[in-house]
Design a protein around this ligand. Structure first.
Ligand code: HEC
Length: 399
């Protein structure tokens, strides 16, 4: 594991690269979707060989795009392909996953409910999720190619079962991010193994004046459609990694399924609208559904939370320090004793009363509201301790 500031910088640069390249991939895919939905027959009447055209103004210049019917008479000397965005989004994503999770498996991939696994086994589960996920998905696409709705339902159910299964063996956060990484892997692999080779075969056939292989074209179209619908859920999963209110929830796999479904509804509304069908109810269902999910997500975690702290006997700073020393200082100390941690995570040291007071709100968010700290509860904080700490935090924060 790369430690210290070099490690931090590498991680930051990797994250930045992943974000920028991912934005380029998604931007290009959104743009081509939009383009396809907005090309119209040429204004002056039909033109042989032209399927449609579109005018746009951007950055002080006019652009005129032609959509060709079939293949052009002659291939231009430069033909742009869009693929490297997908490949490098995946490469940077896997490196980031490896640097953040696989290299720190003990701290990031395990929790008390999953201590049956060794850190190496947890990494194995993570890697297998990506590989097996793609193999199974690819197989399903081939067997159910003629039944796209059944395929979508099976895919959704399988992903939800995977999310549940992972949450049983890995830490909640690792389970969540690996579902996202598996879906992202399928998207990039779709481009690499199916869409681009199919497109290449089509270009070759057309240049030779032969008919393109219809089956390959259809397979590519199906994978593109999947990528289109997966964009929203995958982005949600990636971003929510920074929000314990999602993955820290006891039913995080169900939350993930619900949010994905509603995000897909919004995407479906967008797609239909592009075809001239404005089914606004889909948008309403998507937005209200996500809001409802956010609302409902408070409920079970509040229910499993603390035994009522009896207001009578106030919690002292000394008691708080004892709890923090027992349950947090293995990691949040100037010199952590937790194996593999060279320094306090995020530089958060909780050694003195001042340290604790200063970040009381953060501690409340992580330890009481969502209970994601202690990480994976590896230090086995008890309900009683959590209640006492919570009582002190609430009193302190109310002041
Ligand atoms: C096994 C190690 C470990 C233990 C034990 C642990 N933490 Fe953490 N803590 C972490 C790691 C790792 C992070 C960084 C998570 C991330 O990258 O978002 C973190 C992050 C935090 C943060 C968020 C800091 C920020 O800037 O985002 C708070 C607050 C926190 N811990 C409080 C606690 C408290 C309070 C306890 C004890 C009740 C505790 N932690 C126990 C490892 C631990």
């Amino acid at each position: 594991m790369l430690t210290g500031w070099i490690g931090e910088w590498l991680n930051l640069l990797l994250r930045w690269a992943h974000l920028v390249i991912g934005a380029a991939w998604i931007g290009a895919s959104f743009y081509f979707n939009w383009l396809n939905q907005h090309v119209r027959p040429p204004e002056g009447g039909a033109v042989a060989g032209l399927k449609g055209e579109l005018w746009a103004v951007h950055g002080g210049a006019f652009y005129r795009v032609h959509k060709i019917d079939g293949a052009p008479e002659q291939l231009p000397s430069t033909l742009h392909w869009f693929k490297y965005e997908a490949y490098f989004t995946w490469v940077t994503g896997v490196l980031l996953l490896a640097a953040t999770y696989w290299a720190n498996a003990r701290a990031y991939m395990l929790d008390t409910s999953s201590t049956a696994l060794s850190p190496a086994a947890a990494v194995g589960v993570g890697v297998a999720t990506l590989v097996v996920g793609w193999v199974v998905y690819d197989g399903l696409c081939r067997t159910l190619a003629r039944r796209p709705t059944a395929l979508a339902l099976v895919g959704f159910a399988a992903t939800t079962v995977l999310a549940w299964g992972l949450s049983q063996v890995l830490s909640d956060r690792a389970a969540y991010i690996h579902v996202g990484a598996m879906l992202g892997t399928c998207m990039a692999a779709n481009v690499f193994f199916v869409i681009i080779p199919g497109q290449r075969a089509m270009v070759d056939a057309m240049v030779k004046g032969e008919a393109a292989d219809v089956a390959r074209g259809e397979a590519g179209a199906l994978r593109s459609l999947h990528n289109n619908y997966l964009t929203f859920p995958v982005l949600f999963i990636m971003v929510s990694n920074h929000y314990p209110v999602t993955w820290g929830h006891p039913y995080n796999w169900a939350l993930l399924a619900a949010i994905s479904l509603f995000a897909i509804a919004i995407r479906h509304w967008q797609n239909l609208r592009g075809r001239g069908e404005d089914q606004r109810w889909l948008l309403a269902v998507g937005v209200l559904g996500i809001l409802a999910t956010a609302g409902v997500s408070r409920w079970p975690s509040a229910a499993v939370s603390l035994p009522a702290a009896d207001g009578g006997d106030a919690v002292s700073m000394v008691e708080v320090q004892q709890i923090v020393a027992r349950r947090c200082l293995t990691c949040h100390a100037t010199r952590p004793t937790f194996e593999g941690l060279p320094e306090a995570p995020k530089g958060l040291v909780l050694e003195s009363p001042e340290d604790i007071r200063r970040v009381a709100a953060q501690i409340h968010a992580q330890t009481i509201a969502t209970q994601v700290m202690p990480l994976g509860n590896v230090t086995q904080m008890t309900e009683e301790e959590r209640a006492r700490l919570g009582q002190w935090l609430e009193a302190t924060l109310a002041r």
